[in-house]
Write a protein that binds this ligand. Structure first.
Ligand code: PLP
Length: 387
């Protein structure tokens, strides 16, 4: 007997994830009992909060092989990426400054680069191949004498593609170019070691790995080499002057707990998700003629499945399923079809195929019964929509 499926089913884990109850339990005392301001050094209330923040900084640093003093807390990955990109450009005193990035990056990266471009920065936007992969040689070829930084994401938020960070890091290291990676989708799902990868700057966010919303980190290396950023938010000089503002103590404690839990469960959980994801793909393939996988079949996140169902409009499919199954067109701002995915366009998909694609994001709450229910519902609706 199949266990009954509880509806609705959440398959949008790239957009956000539920807070793990164990993370909530770790956070709770820091709302009520240990509510002090981590910058209040004199009394015990402040010192308790400060102690919790520093313990979290150490745990988060250890998770990516970073020194705790190189971890800066922010409000999320969007802020971390803005700080890294704009902060590096604005700290520059030299004349021309050139940056390299990729067309499939998150809007927080692309829009930050567009902003500094309007202020005089030179930016190269590298293309990807039909499976969403960047060839590291493209980075090498794009480097100029005045190139300051290359920015390549670890895992893509729409198609899950994992970029070849070790190769890109080695190229940047050899050519004296700084390397920023947006690891928001990758942290807790694939191993990340900023030393081994030669990463100088890394952005991540708690709410993508079963932590709270509104807290993120920017890893910014301050020795070998020392990376200097001009802050965006000025004030009391918190976070070594990099990001002023009272620290979100419960959020920071929760972030550290969420990373620890994710890393502990990583090998088993990723294997479990891969099996469920592959099962969903097999079921869809068996039940729907003519469908296409978007992205790379192997180099991608275990919980990601992005599929094109030619002949349908994704919005209609999502609406038909919306009561029972939460899926997405790949980006949080595609609730109207007016803004087709820039990631899928970059793979060379025809516009109609971009609009016929949906993203399934599997996560900790996903089980086999949900996958079977989803496959059956999608097969039924796609057939209806194609009629
Ligand atoms: C979600 C996401 C972001 C933005 O993170 P927030 O913390 O929500 O601001 C940036 N990059 C990627 C790849 C993401 O998936």
């Amino acid at each position: 007997m199949e266990p009954p499926v509880k509806l609705p089913i959440y398959l949008d884990h790239h957009a956000t994830t539920p807070l793990d109850p164990r993370v909530l339990a770790a956070m709770t005392p820091y709302f009520t009992e240990f509510f002090g301001n981590a910058a209040s050094k004199i009394h015990t209330f402040g010192r308790e909060a400060k102690h919790a923040v520093e313990a979290a900084r150490e745990r988060i640093g250890r998770a990516i092989q970073a020194r705790p003093q190189d971890i800066c807390f922010t409000s999320g990955a969007t802020e971390s990426l803005n700080l890294a990109i704009k902060g590096l450009f604005h700290a520059g005193t030299e004349g021309r400054q050139h940056f390299i990035t990729v067309v499939t990056e998150h809007p927080a990266v692309l829009d930050s680069f567009r902003r500094i471009e309007s202020e005089g920065a030179e930016v190269t936007y590298l293309p990807v191949d039909a499976q969403g992969m960047l060839d590291p040689q493209q980075v090498a070829d794009a480097i100029q004498p005045h190139t300051k930084m290359a920015c390549v994401m670890a895992a893509n938020h729409e198609i899950g593609v994992l970029q070849p960070l070790p190769e890109i890091g080695a190229i940047c290291q050899g050519r004296n170019v700084l390397f920023l990676t947006d690891a928001t989708q990758a942290l807790g799902k694939v191993p990340l070691d900023v030393q081994a990868l030669n990463v100088h700057l890394l952005a991540a966010s708690a709410h993508k790995l079963y932590g709270p919303k509104g807290v993120g980190v920017l890893y910014c290396r301050r020795s070998h080499p020392q990376v200097s950023l001009l802050p965006i938010i000025d004030g009391g000089g918190h976070e070594r002057g990099l990001r002023s503002g009272t620290l979100n103590v419960p959020g920071i404690v929760g972030f550290a707990e969420a990373i620890a839990l994710s890393l502990e469960a990583m090998p088993a959980e990723q294997a479990r998700l891969r099996e469920l994801r592959d099962g969903l793909w097999q079921a869809l393939r068996a039940g729907i003629p003519e469908l296409k996988l978007n992205g790379h079949p192997d180099h991608r996140l275990a919980g990601n499945l992005n599929v094109c169902f030619p002949g349908i409009v994704n919005e209609s499919l999502m609406l038909a399923l919306a009561e029972d199954i939460a899926i997405s067109a790949g980006s949080a701002c595609t609730t109207t079809a007016a803004d087709p995915s820039h990631v899928l366009k970059a793979l060379g998909l025809f516009t109609a195929d971009v609009h016929a694609s949906v993203r399934f994001g599997l996560g900790r709450g996903t089980n086999l019964a949900q996958v079977r229910y989803t496959a059956a519902a999608v097969i039924e609706q796609v057939a209806k929509l194609r009629e």
